[in-house]
Unconditional design. Structure first.
Length: 99
């Protein structure tokens, strides 16, 4: 098993420290860049109250883009588990940062 490496990822002007497989680093960084590009694009196209609105728009865009491009269907159970795990990692990092 590979050692996990720490990376700092910025999404929507917030920094997240993640531990990932070295082989996944490029994909994670490119995905974060795509998310940030889409957030900036939606900021210029639509009125939103706060960053959460733009993040929700990006999430909706991603889900519909998967269907339109005919990409391999998202494995929703796996995706939900990964999102929950990422949420737990972020929450843990935020709690550690307060100490």
């Amino acid at each position: 098993m590979n050692e996990l490496i720490p990376v700092n990822i910025v999404i929507a002007d917030r920094s997240y420290r993640l531990k990932i497989e070295p082989a996944d680093e490029e994909m994670v960084r490119k995905t974060a860049a795509l998310i940030n590009d889409k957030i900036n694009s939606f900021k210029t196209q639509f009125a939103g109250k706060d960053m959460q609105d733009y993040i929700a728009m990006v999430l909706l865009w991603f889900a519909t883009e998967q269907k339109e491009t005919g990409s391999q269907p998202v494995q929703w159970t796996d995706a939900a588990n990964q999102i929950a795990e990422l949420g737990n990692m972020i929450e843990k990092a935020l709690l550690e940062g307060k100490d």
